[in-house]
Every structure is written in C-alpha cells, then in structure tokens.
Design a protein around this ligand. Structure first.
Ligand SMILES: NC(=O)C1=CN([C@@H]2O[C@H](COP(=O)(O)OP(=O)(O)OC[C@H]3O[C@@H](n4cnc5c(N)ncnc54)[C@H](OP(=O)(O)O)[C@@H]3O)[C@@H](O)[C@H]2O)C=CC1
Ligand SMILES: O=C(O)C1=N[C@H](C(=O)O)C[C@H](O)C1
Length: 246
C-alpha cells in the first residue's frame, strides 16, 4: 500500500531533506510540499504530514491536521508538558488519529538518550552539552531537554538525588540552563549540524556519552519509519524510542 505524504516546512533545511527522502521511498508518495504562507488545502490528499517548521508554528499546524483527520509526524521542537497536554486534549475526540513527536529522529541520538537514562541511576551528577549550527532558533535543543527529562525520570525511579554542587557565585548563564535539575549548556557555531554530550561524574571517574549528526540524512530513516508507523499508532506518541521498542 502506498502512503500519501505531505511535508510542512518543505523549503527549510530539514523539510527539503524529507521531501527528497519521501521521493526516494517506493512505498511513499509526496502529495504536497508546503512552506510558510502556502495554502494548506493542498494537504487534502495526504494521509500523513511531516512537520519540520518552527516552535511558534507547530501547534497551529497540528490543530489544522487533527481537525482534517490527517496523521502527523513531528520533528519540530518546543514541546513543553503543557503543549503535550493541549495536544492530548485535541486528539481526544479523534481516537483513531496518530501523532508522533520525536525531538530527535537519528538512531544514535535515541540510543544515546536511552544509555543516559540507564547511567543516571548510577551517577548522581550529570550535565549535558548540546552543540548546533548557529541558525537554530531554540535553546536548549529539544533533544537536550528530552534527555534531561529522561535522566530526571530515571533518578526519581531509582531514588537518586542530584549530586552536590558548590557553585554559589556565577556570571549569569555560566552554569547553563537547568532542566529538571540537570544543567544544559548550548553551543552555536557555523559548521556544526547537531551534537550532544551527556557527561556523568562519579568517585574518581567520568562517563561521556556523545552523539554526532554530521548530515541531515541521519534523521531520515527515523522520519520514514515514523511515517509508516504512525498509521498503526493512534493517539500521541512522544519519542522515537517507543516506535523502536527500545
Ligand atoms: N526531530 C528531529 O530529529 C529534528 C528536529 N529539528 C527541528 O525541526 C525544526 C526545523 O528545523 P530546520 O529545518 O533546521 O529549520 P528551517 O528554518 O531551515 O526550516 C523551517 C521551515 O519551516 C517554514 N515554516 C515556518 N512556519 C511554517 C508554517 N506555519 N507552515 C509551513 N512552513 C513553515 C520556514 O519558513 P520561513 O523561513 O519562511 O519562516 C522554513 O522554511 C526545528 O524546530 C528544529 O529544531 C531539526 C532537525 C532534526
Ligand atoms: O535544529 C536542529 O538542527 C535540530 N533540532 C533538534 C533539537 O532541537 O534537538 C534535533 C537535532 O538536534 C537537530
């Protein structure tokens, strides 16, 4: 069976890569490639829409897709707990509709997050450094925020409190942002694509888990898997780890 796919953000860095990937997949048919300002009526034939747009635009896009009974695969970042709650409420009257949101579609990034969650119960002290290209709109990255939440959940489950930190005096921002008691440091430089280091410190040792996306094609197997899987997964799924059954 061929799946009709639409892409939102199609002229952007990720959207353009998704358009190429969909066009290269024999079981998928690109039926619409839209960007800011385009008429969404062109999505009428789409069964699944992939959204790589902007944190400020994505909720409005999802409202349109849910209203028009179109499944969604979302890579756009900016999903707070309250946004996820709003989305669950939006989906309630549409029980057969699927929305998959993944802060990172690269297999290695998903594995790095999972390994970090495994390590978290053994190391009370953890910090994250995420490094991206300097055209990225949001900081910290969605991946880093998701990683911090996974570390916090693993700590809570294991009854591990965050490790000691003697900092009492700091220049604003010197210790990074705090996401669920995990420090997150954001680097923006031309030349970078998407990179994350999760650092753990213990008695006389450190552990560093690092993932590098060197090209945006790294996200495509995950996006295409999401397009195929979302049709079978009604409701809201957050994180590709759930689709990969990790
Ligand atoms: N989950 C993952 O694996 C990944 C997620 N991302 C995330 O994806 C998002 C996009 O990243 P990237 O491709 O680098 O960004 P870009 O700025 O290159 O592309 C975004 C595109 O979306 C367009 N756009 C904005 N609003 C709308 C709208 N309402 N409808 C349709 N199109 C719209 C923009 O148009 P205009 O420029 O005219 O505003 C632009 O062409 C970011 O949130 C990023 O963090 C990125 C990589 C991987
Ligand atoms: O903007 C990007 O480029 C990326 N955004 C996502 C994020 O914020 O985590 C995923 C990946 O890191 C690339």
């Amino acid at each position: 069976m061929t799946i009709n796919v639409g892409v939102l953000g199609a002229r952007g860095r990720m959207g353009a890569t998704v358009v190429n990937a969909v066009e290269g997949a024999s079981d998928l048919k690109l039926v619409a490639a839209l960007d800011a300002g385009d008429d969404f009526a062109a999505l009428a034939d789409a069964q699944v829409v992939v959204d790589f747009t902007h944190p400020d635009a994505v909720m409005g896009n999802l409202e349109y897709l849910v209203e028009h009974d179109i499944h969604a695969v979302v890579g756009t970042t900016g999903f707070s707990d309250s946004r996820l709650a709003d989305l669950r409420a939006l989906l309630e009257p549409k029980p057969s509709l699927g929305v998959l949101i993944a802060p990172n579609f690269a297999l290695g990034a998903v594995l790095a997050m999972r390994f970090a969650a495994q390590a978290a119960k053994f190391y009370a002290s953890a910090e994250i450094i995420e490094l991206h290209h300097n055209r990225k709109a949001d900081a910290p990255s969605g991946t880093a925020a998701h990683t911090a939440r996974m570390i916090a959940a693993a700590r809570a489950e294991a009854g591990v409190a965050p490790g000691p930190d003697a900092t009492t005096s700091e220049l604003d921002g010197a210790r990074g942002a705090t996401v669920e008691e995990v420090r997150v440091h954001s680097v923006r430089l031309p030349g970078l694509v998407a990179h994350e280091e999760i650092l753990f410190g213990g008695e006389g040792e450190t552990l560093t888990i690092r993932h590098d996306s060197l090209d945006r094609t790294s996200f495509m197997p995950g996006v295409l898997l999401g397009v195929r899987e979302v049709l079978k997964r009604p409701g809201l799924t957050v994180g590709l780890e759930n689709v990969l059954d990790l």
